[in-house]
Structures are given as C-alpha cells and as structure tokens.
Design a protein around this ligand. Sequence first.
Ligand SMILES: Cc1cc2nc3c(=O)[nH]c(=O)nc-3n(C[C@H](O)[C@H](O)[C@H](O)COP(=O)(O)OP(=O)(O)OC[C@H]3O[C@@H](n4cnc5c(N)ncnc54)[C@H](O)[C@@H]3O)c2cc1C
Length: 378
Amino acid sequence: MYLSLVTVYDVIIIGGGLAGLTAAIHLRKEHHRILVLEKERYPHHKVCGEYLSNEVVPYLQFLGIELPTTIEINTLEFSTQKGRSLQLSLPLGAKGISRYALDNCLYKRAIALGVEFVFCTAESIEFREDTFTIRNNHGQEFKAPFTIGAFGKRSNLDKTLSRNFFAKKSPWLGVKAHYKWDEFPDHLVGLHSFKGGYGGLSKTETGAVNFCYLVTYESFQKRQNIDEFNELVVAQNPYLANFLSKATMEFKKPLSIAQISFEEKDPVEDHIIMCGDSAGLIHPLCGNGMAMAIHSAKIASELIHVYLKEGQMERNTIEKEYALLWQYFFGKRIRTGRRLQKLLMSPKTGNMLFSMATLSKGMLRRIIRKTHGKPIKV
Ligand SMILES: Cc1cc2nc3c(=O)[nH]c(=O)nc-3n(C[C@H](O)[C@H](O)[C@H](O)COP(=O)(O)OP(=O)(O)OC[C@H]3O[C@@H](n4cnc5c(N)ncnc54)[C@H](O)[C@@H]3O)c2cc1C
C-alpha cells in the first residue's frame, strides 16, 4: 500500500554515485529542482581502483568542486603474471582519491546547492503521460518529467526494467582494500596481472595504498577465501607478492562485489536517461570508468536543461541525441577496453602484447589514448 503524498521535481536521479551526484550538481546549478534517491548514506567505501583521470578536472572545477587530494599520478607501472615489467609516463595523469572522500565531497556540494536527498531503495519506475513516477521501499512516490538512471553496474532496477544484460551471468568479481605501505610512491599507478585477473595499486588522499583487483570466478572459486587467494594466486606475481608481504591492511576485511558485467547496455531505456555504469561499464584496467560517469552526467544534464528551460527539443530528440553522443564519446573506449582485456587475460597473447609494448612504448601510449578522453570542455 503506497502513501498518497506525492512530491514533484524537475528531475529525479536514481543513484547517488559519481554519475548521479554530478548530474544533480550540474542541474541544480541551473536552478532545477532535483531529487536524488540513494540507498546508502555518505561517506562509504566502494570497490574501485580510485584512479581518477585528470580529464574531468576542468569540469569538476566548473561545478565548484575542490578535490580533497594532493596525490598526482603520472606514471604507469605494468607487470605480467611472471613479473616482467615496464614503466610509462601517462600523458594526462590522474588524481589518487578514495571513493569515500570523492563521493562525499560531491554530496556536500550537492547539499550546499540545495539538492534534495532521500536515502532509500527505488523499487519501480513508471512513465506515463510525460511523467515519471518512482516508488521506493518506504512506500513513497515521487514524480518528475525527467529521470536519470545512475544506479551503477547492477541494481534491482535493472531486473525491474528487464534489461538484457541482467539475465546473463557474469564471471567477474571485484575485491578492494586500503593498506598502509609508506614506501609506495605517490606518482605511480601499478597494474599487475595474475592468473585469472589483474590488480591496481595507487595511493589515496590519506596516504593509504588502494589495492583493487578484478578476477574471474573460475580462478577465485578454487580457493577458500580472499586471504588464501591472495597468498596462492595473486602473490604469484612478484610485484604483488612484495606488496602483500610488506603492506598492512587498514580495513577490517576487504570489500567485494560480484556479477560485474561488461555487456552492452542501452544509454536510454524506457525514456530513462542512463548515466555512468548504468549506461555501460568500461574494463577497469583502462582507469576511465569514473571519468566516463562524470562526463556522461554532463552530457545528460546539458540536454535535459535545454528541454526543461528552453523547451526547444522534443523528448524523443533529447533521447536520440544522448544515445548518439554517448556512442561518440564512449563507444570506442569501451570496445578498446574489451579487446585489451581479452588479450591481457590470456597468458600467451598477454606476453606477446607485453613484448610488443616493451619494444614500442608508442603503441602503449596509443592504447592509453584510445581508452581515455581529452580534458572535458566546459
Ligand atoms: C574493480 C573495479 C575497479 C575500478 N577502478 C577504477 C579506477 O581506478 N578508475 C576509474 O575511473 N574507474 C574505475 N572503475 C569504474 C568505476 O568504479 C565506475 O565506473 C564508477 O563508479 C561509476 O559510477 P556510477 O555513478 O555510474 O556508479 P556507482 O558509483 O556505483 O553509483 C551507483 C549508486 O546507485 C545506488 N543505487 C543502486 N541501485 C539503487 C536503487 N534502486 N535505489 C537507490 N540507489 C541505488 C548505489 O548505492 C550507488 O551509490 C572500477 C570498477 C571496478 C569494478
């Protein structure tokens, strides 16, 4: 039984991760009435490599966001399962920042601007007569002419919306924890592979080293738990063995998420404009998912603003335009990431690729360019 009290907004955003918070800030800056529905209270940790590409910095500044970090990453260290390694300077570079701090910083900015939040789980979305009605797990109803779906990689709403990828089992699992290891350099991001997966190492604003890896179930399920997996599989890579033997975990236990899907998704579904991972997830080895989430929120916000403020575009045109822009900016990156992941995960092609990359750093630079965007114009 739903309560009859209904509140009307200009835009309702489901999911207050990076995509949702960015869109909320952008649209609120344009004076629209914005509601964010988010399951979890801030701040909280998330499974993520916490490498934030600098391409988003000008746009975050435009939104009035000052990043609480001094960690500047400008070098990639890459190693194979057997520990063959190379270093490469990164053309754009990145910030090392925890999701705990980053999401919370955006949340505070959104609150300061007057974005409204309800902490709940959105359970259903209905679109009728040009209006969305969203119901949550407390029986409340909210209405708006626009809804942004920013509910991440996998949500109850993907099932409700019968999205194709949801029915398919995904073989990927993500694990992350912060560690104390002072000797790890601030400017470095490590990308180290092991049987069935790969992991990233980089510093965050607290000085802690974030170790986050992606692994297949097939590889993981042969072991009892994360400790055993780390010891017997991850530590086969000498770089990771050195890290695990010297670093001390700061979390009580690592965070993990299952069923990470890299399948294609539609950027617009049932008139909902999807942003961030809800529209498509790039392989984490590219270190570009957060930047894409933020950038997609900018594209969606600009189009929705035109519709709400100037009434110059039909809803259909907005949807088509968004889908086209999404493909234009992110389609190629996602496809390159997919191909790269396949090559790296096979020891044979992984080694071949590595040998080629050692011979030609130019090739590796081209790959990095293809999986990243240019600084976002504001
Ligand atoms: C292992 C791994 C490592 C990664 N490393 C990096 C990296 O180093 N650099 C990088 O740029 N990217 C990285 N990524 C990708 C990056 O984490 C994502 O692309 C980014 O978090 C996307 O942001 P988002 O806002 O779309 O989703 P999220 O940040 O996941 O936010 C979605 C939000 O929606 C909420 N939600 C879901 N369902 C509901 C509901 N029904 N009602 C209310 N709220 C709901 C959730 O609670 C969540 O807060 C990595 C990803 C993985 C899996």
